[in-house]
Design a protein around this ligand. Structure first.
Ligand SMILES: Nc1ncnc2c1ncn2[C@@H]1O[C@H](COP(=O)(O)OP(=O)(O)O)[C@@H](O)[C@H]1O
Ligand SMILES: [Mg+2]
Length: 252
């Protein structure tokens, strides 16, 4: 975290970001800095703007006003450099979106070969390493449909890592999983964070937030309502909306 005068520049910087869909103000004066190596959790009720915020960070949505910077460069969906920037940002969704007609290994190799022009043999070696990292090396030649949801999500993480991203965005990565598979995915994410990956994670998994994340950012109706150490947030959220939210996820 930025605690000294010569602290590293933020990897992600949102400055006064506003975004509406028609009359619906979805992001309102969002200010967010993410330091290199930091892992943060974005929490908030459904419809509060969490996914939109992630999509603005990697330029899948254009902001109405304010600015988004990634690694010091403006994120602009219309710019010619957006493809190169996106290649540095891995994204993992609730739905794994693996290619069903390819093996697990081919799924992980695809982007490096297609987007970065990595040679197939090298991409294959790297893909095998990554399947090792996410704990399913034995599934390399399997079809995605033959994997459990937890295994498929771990392949999706390996696929994102195959591009050697500087930043990983996770949008409710365990929300579609059966309870017994959530742990295995969170463990992979925890190891990534401990390995120094910069991560922005939308999740309701409080244990993960507390154990792994440096900071929790609570968003409601498009505004950042409060932020701080996850443990403090769960123990004593300050705003009524945040307390209501914590009560709901604890008792659900
Ligand atoms: N492409 C879109 N077009 C119109 N409205 C959208 C679009 N994407 C999101 N919204 C609206 O923006 C609000 C925030 O959505 P979202 O960012 O998905 O919230 P969250 O991820 O916190 O549930 C919701 O009201 C949603 O209906
Ligand atoms: Mg969402």
């Amino acid at each position: 975290m930025a605690d000294s005068a010569d602290a590293a520049a933020p990897l992600v910087e949102l400055r006064n970001v506003r975004k509406s869909f028609g009359d619906n103000v979805v992001l309102d004066e969002i200010e967010l800095l993410v330091a290199p190596g930091e892992a943060i959790v974005i929490a908030g009720p459904s419809g509060s703007g969490k996914s939109t915020m992630l999509r603005c960070i990697n330029g899948l949505e254009e902001v109405d006003s304010g600015s988004v910077l990634f690694d010091g460069e403006r994120v602009d969906p219309r710019s010619r450099t957006i493809g190169r920037m996106r290649a540095d940002i891995g994204m993992v969704f609730q739905q794994f979106n693996l290619f069903g007609h390819m093996t697990v290994l081919e799924n992980v190799m695809l982007a490096p070969v297609k987007v970065k022009g990595v040679e197939r043999d090298a991409a294959k070696v790297r893909a095998r390493e990554l399947l090792e990292t996410v704990g399913i090396p034995e599934k390399a030649d399997a079809a995605p449909a033959d994997l459990s949801g937890g295994q498929q999500q771990r392949v999706a993480i390996a696929r994102a890592l195959a591009m050697d991203p500087k930043l990983m965005l996770f949008d409710e990565p365990t929300s579609a999983l059966d309870p017994e598979m959530i742990r295995e995915v969170l463990d992979v994410m925890r190891d990534l964070a401990r390995g120094g990956m910069t991560m922005v994670v939308v999740t309701h998994e409080m244990g993960f937030a507390r154990e792994v994340c440096d900071r929790l950012v609570f968003i409601d109706e498009g505004r950042i309502v409060e932020q701080g150490p996850p443990a403090e947030f769960f123990a004593a959220a300050k705003s009524p909306r945040a307390r209501e939210f914590v009560d709901k996820i604890i008792h659900h």
